[in-house]
Structure formats: structure tokens, C-alpha cells
Design a protein around this ligand. Structure first.
Ligand code: HEM
Length: 419
């Protein structure tokens, strides 16, 4: 079951999308995308008002409560709180972050054994309500895990890993923190590329070849910086910890053999609901670049990637749709006859494919090598390493075929060079 089955705000979200589409010119502000932070939530809130203390107390102690098998008991005793005191989008995002982390801990506290069939109403009801308010599904999404889950140690210091921390944690210690923060650095490295993307669209609208050339060069540099940021995963995340501890807490209840029926959200629906787990496939950056460059993936991959868009904040989803409906950059370059533009476009496509190759190497290391190292290593507080997830991604995809296909179809975007 998808987002659309439980949200009563779909009409609002669609209306918002149409409104966004009809206002010009093409700029980041229209989509609540920051000039400085891109898709990251700028300066996320770290605390809610005193009324929400029961959520905060649990969310702030998740690793300990999960490792001591106490979380479910604590959640069952939690009072049912109303969402009416949540003011503005920053409080709503923090509430979604807290409730999504508590939910993942609740479901996966015992690993793949004794998985609960029901999410209790004192967690399910507010989680679904805040999800409806934000236009997000009631499960942990990339926007919780990374975009809203960061703070600076020194508020005046730089946005660099040594000055960063996460707001809410799960088991996995320093590796979990590194996994979140390196992903954040990839999002940060994408910011100049996202700005360049809007410049490229405006340049096409104004038929300005010089501006387009500059924008494409800027975008390529940004993708190269994303590759450098992504490689830092090796420095901060231990593959065995990733495999044995972290991965399961990102798992969802759709296409997951460990929880084939899905999860009943008590008080929301008597039928179990199915949602995919958290994944950076829900990062708007890659979708936006693909749309700008006119990259076409296979039918199957496109179906998965488009489903992941439903796990993004609605304004970010609207941004991708707006790029899709803008005049085609590829067609413009082909008809311009400019060899310089072709070259700059191809450089962007190649850099994006290289970013995907780098990602494939990382997935191979963290999923395959992690599996070997984690075997009987006693690293997980959970009873037994999750078996059903062994060769699968957190979103339940036949992972390597999918990732390679997406990389290869990116390369197919290359335009034949001038003779
Ligand atoms: C240890 C690190 C990582 C692992 C093990 C990993 C694993 C995966 C897996 C298994 C998938 C398949 C889809 C799914 O099952 O959800 C996937 C997809 C994807 N991941 Fe990662 N990932 C990692 C880090 C990152 C980072 C840091 C980014 C960038 C922000 C990223 C971006 C993507 C994207 C965009 C996709 C969709 C496929 C594509 O467009 O190429 N991943 N990842």
C-alpha cells in the first residue's frame, strides 16, 4: 500500500504542486530548497516543547533501550499525545524524525525474530497524523535519516564532519553516525550542482549558450565533489557494523520476506500497511540530475525510482516534476549544433555514471564484504544476523542488477561527439 492510501492530504499536496508549477521563474526558493543547504533542512530543530517530552526521552535513548530489549515496553507505556501543539514545518519534521526512529527501533528491536504485527496506537496515530501533515509516508525516510537529522557542534563553525553530529541515533555507534554524516556531505556537495541545474534550465529558456556552458561545467564539478564525499564512507563506516547492525533498522515492510504482510498501524487501519525502508534512493539529487540530463532508465528501474519519489517531501518531488516538464536540455543541445555544449553535457553524464560506479563499489563492500566479516562476529545486539536481507537492498530490490542497470543507462545518455 502506498502513501496515497492513508493520507487525506493528497488533494492539498497536488494543489501545492500545481501552484508551484504555475509560478515563474525557475528558482530553488519556490520549492523550499535552500541556496546554502540544498535539500538539507537548514538548521533543524533539536527539541520540541515540554509536552512532547515522552517522545524525546525515548528517541534520545534508542540505542540503549534497543540493546537492552526495553524499547517496546517503554513505547507501550508511552502516553498518546496530540499533534496539535506542533507549530510550523520545523516542529513537524522533528516530530517525524523522532517517531520514525522510534518506529524502526520498535519493529526491529529483536532483529528478524518476534517481529510485531501491530504498531501500537500511541505511536501509530501521531506518526500517521504528522506524516499526513508533511505529505510523507509513516516510516523512516531519507529526509528523516539525513536531511533533518544533523546539528553543528559549534553553531558558528563550518559544515564539516568534525563539526557535525546527529540528533537521533540507532544502534551502530560511530559507524551509524558516519553513515548519516557522510551521506549528508554528499547532499552538501550537490548544492552547487543543484544551483547550476536551475541556471541550466533558465539558460535553455533564454537560449543563452554561454550561460548553459558555465552551468554544465559547474554541475560536473559538483558531481565530482559528490564522488569525493561519497568515498569518505570508507573512513567512517565499518562494513561489518553496517551489515550486522545498521542495515536492519532501515528495512521497511514492503517486499520484505521477514515481514511479508506489512504492519498494522493500530487505530489507523485494520489492514496491514506496506512501506519501503529508508534509502538514499529517496535523495532528490540523483532524480533531479537524471531529469535534467534526460537520462532514461529501464522500465523496471524507473518504476522503483518513481516509487521512491513518494518518500520525498512534496516540494522536492514537485521540483523533479518541474524539471521533467521544462524544455528538454538534451534536445536543445542536439539542435544547437554546439560541440562545446555536447562536450560539457557528456562530461556531466560521465561524472554521474562515475558517481554511480563509485556507489556500486561501496554497496559491494558494505553488503558483500560486510556479510562475510559480520558472520558469527557477535557484532549485533540482535539475535542472529538478518538472513532475509542477505542479498537484498534496504528497499528490497535485487540490488546489483538494479544498480548496474541504472549506471549503464546513465552512460547511454552520451551524445555522439562532433567529428
Ligand atoms: C554504505 C553506504 C551505502 C549502501 C550500502 C547503499 C546501498 C544502496 C542500495 C542497497 C540501494 C538499492 C536500492 C534500495 O534497496 O534502496 C541503493 C540505491 C541508491 N543509493 Fe545507496 N547506499 C549507500 C550510500 C549511499 C549514499 C551516501 C548515497 C548518496 C547520497 C546513495 C545514493 C543512492 C541512490 C541515488 C540510489 C538509487 C540508485 C541510483 O539512482 O543509482 N547511497 N543504495
Amino acid at each position: 500500500m502506498d502513501r496515497f492510501d492513508v493520507t487525506s492530504t493528497v488533494g492539498d499536496v497536488e494543489a501545492q504542486n500545481t501552484k508551484l508549477k504555475n509560478s515563474l521563474p525557475f528558482s530553488l526558493g519556490r520549492f523550499h530548497i535552500s541556496e546554502d543547504y540544498g535539500f538539507l533542512l537548514p538548521d533543524p530543530l533539536k527539541e520540541l516543547s515540554h509536552y512532547y517530552m515522552p517522545w524525546m526521552e525515548i528517541a534520545n535513548n534508542l540505542p540503549l533501550m534497543i540493546e537492552s530489549h526495553q524499547l517496546r515496553v517503554r513505547v507501550d507505556e508511552m502516553p498518546l499525545l496530540s499533534c496539535h501543539l506542533l507549530k510550523g514545518h520545523r516542529e513537524q519534521y522533528l516530530a517525524h524524525l523522532l517517531l520514525s526512529f522510534i518506529t524502526m527501533g520498535y519493529v526491529w528491536q529483536e532483529g528478524e525474530k518476534n517481529i510485531p504485527k501491530v504498531l501500537p496506537r500511541n505511536l501509530a496515530l501521531p506518526f500517521v497524523e504528522v506524516s499526513q501533515n508533511l505529505g510523507l509516508p509513516p516510516i523512516l525516510v531519507h529526509s528523516d535519516f539525513v536531511l533533518s537529522n544533523w546539528k553543528k557542534k559549534d553553531p558558528d563553525g563550518p559544515l564539516e564532519i568534525r563539526n557535525l553530529d546527529i540528533i537521533v541515533s540507532l544502534p551502530g555507534g560511530e559507524s551509524l553516525k558516519g553513515f548519516i554524516l557522510v551521506t549528508l556531505l554528499v547532499e552538501k556537495a550537490a548544492v552547487p550542482g543543484i544551483k547550476a541545474l536551475t541556471q541550466a534550465i533558465n539558460a535553455v529558456l533564454q537560449s543563452s549558450e554561454d550561460e548553459l556552458l558555465q552551468a554544465l561545467k559547474q554541475m560536473r564539478t559538483s558531481v565530482v565533489d559528490m564522488i569525493k564525499a561519497l568515498r569518505q564512507m570508507h573512513d567512517y563506516v565499518d562494513p561489518a557494523i553496517f551489515y550486522a547492525v545498521i542495515r536492519i533498522f532501515l528495512s521497511g515492510w514492503k517486499d520484505n520476506p521477514a515481514i511479508p504482510e506489512g504492519l498494522i498501524y493500530e487505530g489507523v487501519s485494520e489492514e496491514p500497511l506496506k512501506y519501503s525502508g529508508g534509502s538514499a534512493a529517496q535523495s532528490t539529487v540523483f532524480h533531479a540530475f537524471d531529469e535534467l540530463l534526460g537520462v532514461c532508465h529501464s522500465k523496471e528501474s524507473t518504476a522503483f525510482l518513481h516509487r521512491m519519489r513518494e518518500y520525498m517531501p512534496p516540494s522536492h518531488r514537485a521540483f523533479i516534476e518541474e524539471i521533467h516538464s521544462a524544455p528538454s536540455l538534451r534536445e536543445y543541445i542536439l539542435s544547437s549544433g554546439s560541440c562545446l555544449l555536447r562536450e560539457a553535457y557528456n562530461q556531466c553524464v560521465m561524472a554521474l555514471a562515475e558517481l554511480r560506479s563509485c556507489h556500486i563499489n561501496i554497496v559491494a563492500k558494505y553488503v558483500l564484504t560486510g556479510a562475510t566479516k559480520a558472520k558469527d562476529g557477535g557484532l549485533s545486539p540482535l539475535p542472529g544476523t538478518p538472513q532475509a536481507l542477505a542479498a537484498r537492498g534496504t528497499g528490497g530490490t535485487a540490488v546489483f542488477n538494479f544498480l548496474k542497470s541504472v549506471r549503464d543507462t546513465t552512460m547511454e545518455g552520451i551524445i555522439k561527439q562532433c567529428d
